[in-house]
Design a protein around this ligand. Structure first.
Ligand code: NIG
Ligand code: FE
Length: 423
């Protein structure tokens, strides 16, 4: 059974065959896509498209690879809107509010956690996100961390063990004992449900972890077969980037405060001699994942994306959707922030929200529409990809395809101007 999506005003492929690089998203004007068995079978100009069993006319709309949101915390309980309001009138973000969510998450039923996770992932899908990563980290005891990850696994294969999010209050005077738990019994209970291990490496936050503690957490996860990613350099130019590079993390996330040495270290992972992991296999580099919805919601300076791009560091964009530092599930909002506030070009931002996210998750089957990719596509009720940043806050997603199946028909029937429609 094959499906032809045709009369696409602008098809974004991220395919080098169509000219894509990190600042060129491989656009085919008046494009078409053939989907077969949930995969991309063909892309090109509509006038040269092969026949298929079903033909769907997109009436000049823009189609792009589904967004890859490589950083979220969407399984939790409780509400911290008052903390947000306090920040908007001057209170700083310190990470201290995480304890509020930990208390609510521990107290919640499994069904309530599942419902919250499902509804946020469905909210993401409606906004064009077809791949999402979800972390634990609001349990901070063995049972609740494992429960969060079991639920996250029902929602996505990209699950991350973040037992080392903060030191919970009951361990405040016994940090070493909490680290023993995180690297011992908690890791053992969580690893079967996780692909990744993460740590909030931030010496500037008293409840987060310093360099040595963070190294111990990542090393234990790596020994168990998990892959590493790091929360780093959010509140200060701390050791997060250095450590992420040292352990071969796929990504270091936030990167709000970077030294020149941090930027050089990240760039070196992509240009230097091939690196070898602890198990002897060759390691790809470390992506810088920027989370501008957090700077928006914590009223902080935005990361310097241009400095990273100028140094040749691949940049991913993600929401970090969580109840504390930023509660947006919207990748279109993140793209608009990246363009307006971080001076990324619209195409750089779009690449980072799709192919960049895939690179940060070490996935080559998503984030692009090359032949063989998963048929994950987002169709915009707009003639061009530029509308993502040009019309911020407007629900532009008309349709979402995941694994070749139309999962969301969010808006229907609004015809685009005839000038955008071609045969
Ligand atoms: O990625 N920085 C640490 N963790 C989350 C925030 C969690 C929270 O405040 O609840 C983040 O920003
Ligand atoms: Fe986070």
């Amino acid at each position: 059974m094959s499906v032809l999506l045709t009369n696409i005003g602008e098809l974004v492929t991220n395919d080098p065959e169509h000219g894509a690089g990190t600042s060129d998203v491989g656009v085919v004007p008046r494009g078409a896509v053939v989907i077969e068995e949930g995969r991309i079978a063909w892309t090109g100009t509509a006038s040269t498209a092969p026949a298929a069993d079903t033909r769907i006319d997109l009436e000049g709309r823009c189609a792009l690879p589904g967004f890859v949101d490589s950083h979220s915390h969407t399984v939790f309980a409780g509400d911290r809107s008052a903390e947000f309001a306090a920040r908007m009138t001057g209170a700083p973000y310190t990470g201290g509010g995480i304890a509020t969510t930990v208390a609510a998450t521990r107290a919640a039923t499994e069904d309530a956690l599942r419902e919250r996770g499902r509804s946020l992932v469905s909210e993401m899908l409606a906004q064009g996100t077809t791949t999402v990563e979800i972390k634990s980290g609001y349990g901070q005891d063995v049972a609740t961390e494992a429960r969060m990850l079991r639920i996250a696994r029902e929602l996505t294969p990209e699950t991350t063990y973040l037992g080392a999010h903060t030191v919970p209050a009951e361990y405040a005077d016994r940090r070493a004992a909490y680290l023993d738990l995180v690297t011992g019994p908690m890791l053992a209970a969580c690893a079967p449900h996780a692909r990744w291990v993460d740590v909030f490496c931030e010496p500037a936050a008293p409840t987060a972890f310093d360099e040595d503690e963070s190294r111990a957490v990542l090393a234990a996860g790596l020994r168990t077969g998990l892959l590493a990613r790091v929360h780093g350099n959010q509140l200060s130019a701390g050791p997060g980037v250095r450590l992420a590079v040292e352990v071969g993390a796929a990504s270091v996330d936030h990167c709000t405060h970077l030294t020149d040495a941090d930027v050089d270290a990240l760039a070196g992972t992509w240009s230097g001699p091939a690196r070898t992991s602890m198990s002897g296999t060759s390691m790809p580099g470390t992506v810088a994942t920027l989370l501008p919805a957090v700077e928006f919601s914590t009223r902080s300076p935005y990361p310097d994306a241009r400095r990273l791009l100028a140094a040749g560091v691949p940049v991913a964009l993600a929401t970090d959707c969580n109840p504390g530092s930023g509660y947006s599930s919207s990748m279109p909002f993140v793209v608009a922030l990246a363009v307006r506030e971080m001076r990324m070009s619209p195409d750089e931002a779009l690449w980072s929200a799709t192919a960049g996210g895939a690179l940060a998750l070490r996935r080559d089957d998503v984030g692009h529409l090359r032949v063989g990719a998963r048929a994950d596509l987002t169709v915009l009720d707009a003639p061009s990809r530029l509308y993502l940043a040009y019309r911020p806050g407007v629900p532009l997603v008309a349709q979402v395809w995941k694994d070749g199946i139309a999962r969301r028909q969010v808006r229907r029937g609004r015809r685009l101007p005839a000038s955008n429609v071609s045969d």
